[in-house]
Design a binder for this molecule. Sequence first.
Ligand SMILES: Nc1ncnc2c1ncn2[C@@H]1O[C@H](COP(=O)(O)OP(=O)(O)O)[C@@H](O)[C@H]1O
Ligand SMILES: N[C@@H](CC(=O)OP(=O)(O)O)C(=O)O
Length: 495
Amino acid sequence: MDAVVGTSAATLGGTGVEGGDQLSVVMKFGGSSVSSAARMQEVAGLILAFPEERPVVVLSAMGKTTNLLLLAGEKAVGCGVIRVSEIEEWNMIKDLHIKTVDELGLPRSVIHTMLDELEQLLKGIAMMKELTLRTTDYLVSFGECMSTRIFAAYLNKIGVKARQYDAFDIGFITTDDFGNADILEATYPAVAKRLHGDWIRDPAIPIVTGFLGKGWKLGAVTTLGRGGSDLTATTIGKALGLREIQVWKDVDGVLTCDPNIYPNATTVPYLTFEEAAELAYFGAQVLHPQSMRPAKEGEIPVRVKNSYNPKAPGTLITKQRKMDKVVLTSIVLKSNVTMLDIVSTRMLGQFGFLAKVFSIFEDLGISVDCVATSEVSISVSLDPSKIWSRELIQQELDHVVEELEKIAVVHLLQQRAIISLIGNVRRSSLILEKAFHVLRKSGVNVQMISQGASKVNMSLIVHDSEAKQCIKALHQAFFEDDILTEVDEDALHMS
Ligand SMILES: Nc1ncnc2c1ncn2[C@@H]1O[C@H](COP(=O)(O)OP(=O)(O)O)[C@@H](O)[C@H]1O
Ligand SMILES: N[C@@H](CC(=O)OP(=O)(O)O)C(=O)O
């Protein structure tokens, strides 16, 4: 492990907090980085290893706490009030947090009230026998509320002045879309005023809950979609006009593909905001899909780093980068995608047909990933990521097909996968030639092709069962074959 581990506040200049300096960076640590007491100590060491930085720290819930909370909530609906204390996931959450507090030498009072409230909430869900999206967001908020309280208390204990903040109390104003709320513009001045004001008055490292906000109409706790702490970090970066946004993960940066699918993936050293956004949107779990927007608007560089390997340079995401040598940057897979082939019954003209199709999607709140059209037909892939629950997706699908069948013949194709090739579209012919060569050799038939308007992404739709094999073959061809083929060389010289 790296030398920064175990760094004490004393070696870093007392409290590590000086009033005259401005807050300079955001450091966001995901669940994998703060999954235990030992990990929290390492993260504290990491923060203190850069004494010249004045960080705002954003934390996710510890380890898999968000998933455990969701499962505990689902079980509470059906188990009866008396049995809530027996829910396995609730006990795992309780044990993890109490163990962490004990191992860090903190009083249990740091999380006592939170755990009590959480148990009451689970009992309430059991009593009502229902779990609404609003209650689900409140339920999962306990994860971030506890991790930040523990971490702030630990920093204070080792002599580094820190102050805990719940994002929903410091101006993170969102839409009321529980489970996937959008940050509203009013957030930026409000968050800046609060964090900056407190820092000037009484400097202490801010420790902010990731993932959470407050719905503007209902005033209830909202969440920003899975992985939303990245968005919290970039929002704070923009709000305060900071020098850099760091997102610390358990991998060496953004990789050439998902390492769980193909372990030979390597780090991508540089990305543009556009490439990173496209990569995230098309399913690379490493970044939240919306998180690049504030960074891009504020032109604040984002650095993706590995908290388990801090010396690795990571990935730097900026507005522009040198593209002349770039062909392909990363390959992304989105599995379990549903496609619709919609063929007009010609009751409406061409314009009317496309307008009607998209108005149906709008009315039903369904997002579309990829689109391919001809005059009388349109193929689309639907984005399931906005929805928490599988059951709802099926209901929504039935509904959308029913509506579309009023104007078209509709074929529903399930178990498809989108393979997105993020790269230099100035070399699109080269990329597609190589990709199709690889896929043909693998005996894979591409069912749809679509190029994103952002011009950094080409998407191919294949059957789910073939997708992982495709990723492996494409990765080998684009990133592991040492010698460029003649045709590659020619194309590089021509463009
Ligand atoms: N292209 C990719 N580059 C890096 N990681 C990826 C990629 N695609 C998927 N991942 C997965 O994303 C994980 C990191 O994201 P996440 O779980 O959100 O981290 P954290 O919880 O620390 O914020 C990695 O462990 C890796 O398995
Ligand atoms: N805890 C939330 C938010 C988050 O951003 O988590 P992580 O940084 O561990 O992906 C989730 O699991 O979705």
